[in-house]
Ligand binder design. Sequence first.
Ligand code: GTP
Ligand code: SPV
Ligand code: MN
Length: 600
Amino acid sequence: MIFNRSLKEYTGYLALQTWINQAVALCQPSEVWLCDGSEEENRLLLERLVKSGTLTPLKNGCFLARSDPSDVARVEECTFIVTETKEEAGPTNNWMDPEEMGAVLSQLFRGSMQGRTLYVIPFCMGPLSSPFAKIGIQITDSPYVVVNMRIMTRMGKDALSTLQEGAFVPCMHSVGRPLKKGEQDVPWPCNTANRIIAHFPATKAIWSYGSGYGGNALLGKKCLALRIASCLAREEGWLAEHMLIMGVTNPAGVKKYFVAAFPSACGKTNLALLKPALPGWKVEVVGDDIAWIHLGEDGRLYAINPENGFFGVAPGTNWKSNPYAMEAISKNTLFTNCALNDEGEAWWEGKTKEPPAHLISWLGKEWRPGGEEKAAHPNARFTAPLSQCPILDPAFQAPLGVPLSAILFGGRRSDLEPLVYEANDFVGGVLVGASLASETTAAGGGAVGRLRHDPFAMLPFLGYPMGDYFAHWLSFKARTKEELLPKIFAVNWFRKDEKGDYLWPGFGENIRVLQWIFERTEGTAEAKEVPFGHIPAEGTLNTEGLNLKEGALEELFRVDREGWLKKLEETKNYFGLFGKRCPPELYREIERIEAAFVRP
Ligand code: GTP
Ligand code: SPV
Ligand code: MN
């Protein structure tokens, strides 16, 4: 066993030592490595990964990983919430009983790390000095996971130093591919036939088996910071959300913070890193995927980003659509399932206008333009430190977070949903979140382009019953003055015309929508009342210098009465799934909107 640091130096070591001993006894690794998070350690691990063929070195301290072709995204069908009863997991989650899951997991994990190193990763979600931060200890047999966790979280010695006895979320992970003596390893070990990502809300434990990819394997992210954190948040009275956090400064120098929840691969990273197309406006990023939101002593909501890096979608990212992301990923970045160009750089669809004449695809195959196969996988990702982002907000480490002025909900909707509207009030806003539906993307692992309900963009990430979650959101109204709560808006960058082209240019031009939202929170922008809230009054949305197609603006704000009435009816049906747990206020709000539609 290699302990490169004595555990006894840390206050939390007793529980930690017990947890490690249990893991070692169960998984039977040939070596144990307690990660300190140092540069030196990182160098050693990267060397190991290059030697084993998992990583290919690129320019500027970057590396490329190609996963097994069957292990490319989260797997929602293999993700479980493990509670005594199915009711406690709720109708939107896969459920298994603790005893049954315990039996399955102990069988899978027994001997699962034979011939491999067991890495112990102490990590902190949230700024180290934040009272809201949570410590996790991930055990894994994947050095690829270690080098990713080092970017995505505050990992190692510093995290361990803040550990109080027993106060950590145990996160157990194995790729599920033990090595026999002398057996040659594969570049991306995994066991996709037996993948399970299990969450135990009662004990706040996470067990993940069989996948080495993204949210399945970097357990601080979706598993801890959303599924387990959502359970903690419900108990402790806060919110763990699938949201970006951004600072927006207007030309007069007034700064406000917004959060926005969009489902996976629907534009959070791009909005959080937006380069405004309007002069004088400034955007700064606190986070691009997850927000932990607490009620402050002043009665306002405050958000922290529990993460320390970006795990962003590569396809579509380029110097025009997202220059700040391009800058952030120009060095010390890990690319997964991107293609490799002849200059030794990562490439993906949409990175350059024309694809290079020759590439090695994400499958490791020779690739030339014109064929059927994509060069990069649609869910190809980059892992890069927040600190490399040129527009990182100075308050990104603020222990209590940043005060929120607006909450945005949005999805990928080719029709019906307008470019932007403001909800009627807080309850109306909670309805916007609860009734969110979006076309599915490659990030979730299933079919792409299918419209599905995704309340608050949390469908795959909530650890308890959805109806209770709606009620938890509504509870904030009673806990503070409504005028102190952020205003709530719906946005949709993805409306298409009949030819299938986007009606709205998106990306940097989204600042025009943010301007209207900003001014609504100040009470200055004019609005037009519609049954579901307020849309910009004619001429209020800043379209100066924008060359929209004839009729595009009208179409972006056209209120399709029949379509809306159908949507409301369908939403009520969906809420029926949650039975009595669905708060009556939401039905009342739907009825209020229906009545406004029917009124002449
Ligand atoms: P996750 O990391 O999976 O949670 O995704 P995300 O919500 O951060 O989405 P991201 O910003 O990575 O965008 C996903 C895809 O949507 C990319 O291919 C983008 O190019 C595309 N996209 C983002 N913003 C816009 C926009 O304003 N307009 C259009 N048309 N596409 C966009
Ligand atoms: C998402 O799917 O929402 C992601 C990627 O952010 S993953 O970390 O794989 O969940
Ligand atoms: Mn995400």
